[in-house]
Structure formats: C-alpha cells, structure tokens
Design a protein around this ligand. Structure first.
Ligand code: HEM
Length: 484
C-alpha cells in the first residue's frame, strides 16, 4: 500500500490524492481521506476552572474523517438524519443545555440499580465464567458486548439482534480503533459501515417504536424509553443509538487498563493495595464525604487511566493568509491526563490516592458564591432546572460551570466538579454517561473481589490485536484465574 507522502499534508495546497491505493473508493478519498489530511489537531490548555469556554465549540467537533460514518452525505445533515448532543454547540441545544438534560434523563444514577444493573451484571457473569479461565479476556468481552449494548438501548439481545446489526457494530469498532483513514483496514470497514447504515436505521426505527408503544417487556429498562418520554426527536434518538458506539467503546479500553493495573505480577502495587484496603473497610459506606470509598477508588482509576485523552472542540479560523482559501477543520484538544496531573490542581498529582476526593468540590457546591470567590462577576452558566416528564420526581440541573447533575426525589447526585478531575470532561459538555460507567466499574470490582479473581498476562506468542477505543488497539493477552 502506498502511504500518502508527507507533502500531501501541506496546508497550502490540496493533498495529492493520487498517492492513495487504487482500491480506495473515490467518494471515500474525497469524503474521508481528504478532509482528514487537510485538518489540523492542536493541543489546547489545561483548564484552571472545570469548564470550557463556548468559543471552543462542540458543534461538529469530531475529527473530520468520521462524518462519513455517521451521515450519507459525508458531512452533517442534521435536518434529515438527526444528530447527537455530542456534536452540538451549546447554542443549538435549547435553553440551558436542554438537549443534554434530555439525554441525561436516561442516565441518572437512580436508574442504575433497578433498571440497568442486571443487563450489565449478565455481561460480567459471562465474562468471568469458569470456562473463560486462562483465555484472552477481551475477546470474551466482545462476545457479550453487543447484547448488553442493544439491551440497554432497546431491550433486545440474542437472536433478536440481526447479523447485519452485529456486523455494523464490529465494523464501526474497527474503524475507530485503527483510526487513520489512510489504512486499508479502515477504508474497508468504513465502506461496509456505510452500506449497513440504512438497514441499521430501519431496524432502529422499528425498535424505537416497539419501546415507545410498550411492545417489549419492561421498556423502562432502556435508555430509549427516557429519551422518548422527555421529548428527544425520533431521528435524534435513532442517531444517538448508533453514535453511542463511540461512547461505549471506551468501556473496552477501561476494562483492559483496570485488568492491567490489577494484574497480580505486573500490575500497579499502589492500585492493588488501595483495592484491598477499599474492599476490606466498608466500600459502600458513606463517611462524611460526597463519595463512598469505592466511588473514590473508581474515580482515582479514571483519573489515572484517563480512557478519554481530551475534550474535542472545533475552532473557526479568523484569518488565513496563504493557500487555497480552505483552512480545513481545526480541532482543539483540551487535554485530560495533563489536566488531571497538573501541579496547580493537586499537591500529589502523581500518587494513586483516592482520598483526594474526600474533600473535592462537587457540582452541587459550585454555585454563585464559588463564582464570586474565584473572582467572576457572574456565573458563566445559569442554573435552570429541567424537570423530567417520565413520571419520576427528578430535576436536572447544573453547576455554575455547566456540569449537569440530577436531584431525584429531593436528593442531589452531584459529580466531582474540580478541573483536576478531568477524565469525563468539563462543564456543559461533561460526560452524561459518567455514573453508568462508574457503576459498571464498581460492579466489575465487586465481582473481582467477591470471586477472588486474579488477572495475569498470558504467555501467548501471537496475541490477537483488538480495537478497544478511538485510536487504540490492544493485544488481547490478559486472562484470569480464581484463587481458591
Ligand atoms: C469509559 C467511559 C467513558 C469516558 C471516559 C467518557 C468520557 C467523556 C468525555 C471526556 C466527554 C467530553 C467530551 C468533550 O467535551 O469533547 C464525554 C462526553 C459525552 N459522553 Fe462520555 N465517556 C464514557 C462513556 C460514555 C457512555 C457509556 C455514554 C452513554 C451512555 C457517554 C455519552 C457521552 C455523551 C452523549 C457526551 C457528550 C456530552 C455533551 O457534549 O454534552 N459516554 N464523555
């Protein structure tokens, strides 16, 4: 395969697309490869406050070559095909981040135990079944992953998921894992995703109707139920259901890194000793801190693993003095690991220390007084509640810096709202899947502890490479044993 030469990336003339393999389809070259080569990605600053200014926009803020995976026309076509809140600038989300709050209505922490835990525990039970002892675990994870994924979204699993629907999920993972559109593996999987998107959309349309009309058992155990009830437009629900391939892919990366940290031989000693300490001294007891000991341990895993490397923003060029008149996409990355370990945020940024969250500031505490204390004349984000319409007594609100959280039956469920805790992003665009993700990891850890699961590197010569997250492929070489 001929890799495009360095010259092709110069910004002052269009890339020489003659240098790509002949087998790459022309629409792919024009729609994915060329925008990728023309775009620039820049490392941004480490925020001091837990927010990102609106100048760094979230509108269409994903790397340029991904649009063809999401839209037929290779670029956003929101009117006809819908969109995800992930791709929306604040100004397009309705008053006070309404669209985000509608998305969040399906992911508030009160729902985890009664609605979602069983579906997630089923995956964990399959993963750590006796018959998987000493097998490479990530392959086993992906055996159950799409059942869990579609069960959470739509209440379907097993034979009710058609082969084409499973295939598009796998193809999507290959594209995002292998990432660079110059690669043949990306091209081939990408084009297949585009072929399968129509059948996926049709299938999703019918399944969303099934949830809406109660044609599945327990519709309230699906995300779609809350999105419908709280007024998300139908085409956006369909879009969110497959755009979430990106969000959920990060669970693979997270799982792999937690197993690596807990590995009995090559793991991180401080993580292993904190795990033991946490699990032997009331992991779920409240101890005058906003977060339980197990919450704090999981938060510290996320701060140190940082499965998502940076918040992605688009930034318009205000001048371009040379060249062809087109600046390409400019993507700015607000970095997470660098912010989470900045010495201006912590005295011991490089220690594994879950106790740091005992006194950490929460989204509930960051109010008008905080704004005054940090020297602001007024709060950057107004604190307007969105009351859900799905029968619960739940108000979705936000901190003065924009981080959304829920007050359910009068009880607040805040997040740590300190810029030094960056793994789930910042402010109005902070991850709405945070609690679900933390709860998934808590259940993973409870199981590992209760069943005395020990992770170990497997001695296999040709471990299978597996895409586990955007731009990340790992060798599937971690297995487990159960101590007697
Ligand atoms: C390990 C797991 C995850 C990590 C580390 C993670 C991290 C993040 C980060 C850093 C952002 C901010 C991105 C930015 O500002 O550019 C974000 C946004 C988002 N995440 Fe997650 N995420 C995870 C899982 C999930 C899950 C499971 C869901 C859905 C159930 C989800 C849904 C979203 C959505 C919709 C946004 C956009 C929010 C907005 O712009 O308002 N994420 N996530």
């Amino acid at each position: 395969m001929i890799i495009p030469s360095k010259n092709a990336e110069r910004q002052d003339r269009p890339p020489d697309t003659n240098l790509v393999p002949d087998s790459f389809k022309d629409d792919y070259v024009q729609g994915a490869l060329k925008p990728f080569l023309l775009s620039g990605i820049y490392g941004g600053e480490r925020p001091v406050l837990p927010m990102i200014d609106l100048t760094l926009s979230k509108e269409a803020a994903i790397p340029a070559h991904i649009f063809g995976m999401l839209y037929d026309s290779w670029k956003p076509n929101v009117e006809e095909e819908g969109t995800s809140v992930f791709l929306q600038g604040y100004e397009n989300r309705g008053p006070n981040n309404e669209r985000k709050k509608i998305y969040y209505s399906a992911l508030t922490p009160d729902l985890y135990g009664p609605m979602y835990a069983e579906k997630i525990k089923r995956l964990l039970d399959q993963l750590f079944d006796e018959q998987n002892v000493d097998k490479p675990l990530m392959q086993q994870y992906y055996q159950s992953y799409f059942d869990m994924y579609w069960d959470l979204h739509l209440g379907v699993r097993g034979d009710d998921i058609p082969a084409e629907i499973r295939e598009i999920g796998e193809r999507f993972m290959n594209v995002i894992g292998y990432w660079y559109p110059t690669r043949r593996v990306v091209h081939d999987n990408y084009m297949r995703v585009r072929q399968l998107r129509d059948p996926l959309r049709d299938w999703l349309g019918q399944r969303v109707e099934d949830v809406d009309e109660g044609r599945i058992p327990n519709p309230e155990t699906t995300f779609v139920h809350y999105w419908v009830k709280n007024g998300m437009p139908n085409k956006d629900i369909i879009f969110e259901c497959f755009h979430n391939f990106l969000a959920f892919s990060q669970w693979g990366n997270t799982l792999y890194n937690i197993m690596k940290d807990l590995d009995a031989v090559t793991g991180e000693p401080s993580v292993r000793s904190w795990f033991e300490k946490t699990m032997t001294s009331g992991p779920d007891e409240m101890d005058n801190s906003p977060f339980t000991p197990l919450d704090r341990f999981v938060m510290e895993l996320f701060r140190t693993i940082s499965p998502n490397g940076g918040s992605v923003s688009s930034l318009a060029a205000i001048a371009q003095f040379f060249g062809a008149g087109y600046t390409g996409f400019s993507t700015i990355i607000t970095p997470h690991p660098e912010t989470s370990t900045a010495p201006h945020h912590w005295n011991n940024p490089h220690d594994f220390d879950p106790d740091r969250y005992k006194t950490a500031t929460t989204s509930e505490q960051n109010d008008e007084t905080t704004c005054k204390e940090v020297g602001l004349a007024q709060c950057p984000f107004s604190k307007e509640d969105f009351s859900v319409k799905d029968g619960r007594q739940a108000d979705l609100t936000n901190s003065a810096f924009g981080a959304v959280y829920g007050v359910i039956d009068g009880e607040a469920y805040p997040v740590c709202d300190d810029a030094g805790y960056a793994p789930f992003g910042f402010g109005y665009r902070r991850c709405p899947g945070e609690f679900l993700t933390v709860d998934f990891v808590k259940d993973l850890l409870r199981k590992v502890w209760a069943e005395k699961i020990e992770f170990r590197r497997l001695n296999i010569a040709d471990a299978k490479p597996l895409p586990v997250a955007p731009n990340m492929v790992v060798k599937d070489d971690i297995g487990f044993k159960k101590e007697q």
